[in-house]
Design a protein around this ligand. Sequence first.
Ligand code: SF4
Length: 249
Amino acid sequence: MKSLERDAGKVKRRVGKRPPPTAVAKAPAAGGKRGRLLSAPAIEEMFRRFAAGDPHPKSELEYVNPFTLLVAVVLSAQATDAGVNKATRALFKIADTPEKMVRLGEERVREFIKTIGLYRNKARNVIELSRQLITNHGGDIPRDREALEALPGVGRKTANVVLNVAFGEPTMAVDTHIFRVGNRTGLAPGKTPLEVELKLEKRVPPAYRLHAHHWLILHGRYVCLARRPLCERCVIADLCKWPGKVVQQ
Ligand code: SF4
């Protein structure tokens, strides 16, 4: 949460500090809060373009079933998807169910994931959540937010990813990228991830809700970068309401 708040702070500071570059023009600043909010037609057009460019966006985390998806998302907190995949490829080959994970034991799980940040806590959580899945859910992943969030290491964002990817529910898992893109573009401005999430649920057209969080994550990860957004090759540059965006004239 703190890093997201810092991110929002950076956005604000950067808008104020960034000098207008030569040979490119700064987009005119929109006036007031209302002017910074994307209109419904602009949102429709934004997602139409995302969908045209990538009709079936996927999570970049590797998994083989809902259980390994849950574990991968738990491990991905404050870590990159690539780093998690590197560790889980071998782990999931021998432990792709809660029962196998418990049999493997905390110490061996720690060995597999020791390249990932906070691996000690994460190994403990993976074993404990596996135990709870066996005891409380017959070894299955519950399709229920409250039950998911009751598992160790599982917060609202992780529950949203699992509900979306494993069960096809139109949830919005707001990570640092979505938080930034939602705020910058005027799609779903908010001071907290929850505020952004609730706005996305209201503002994203129903036809695009299932894939919206993947499109926004990928856009934030590869185009709308935190430090130097690649506005010059952004497919929604003309729609984006960020006063700091840089567009070719
Ligand atoms: S125009 Fe720039 S700031 Fe706006 S969404 Fe695109 S990359 Fe991000």
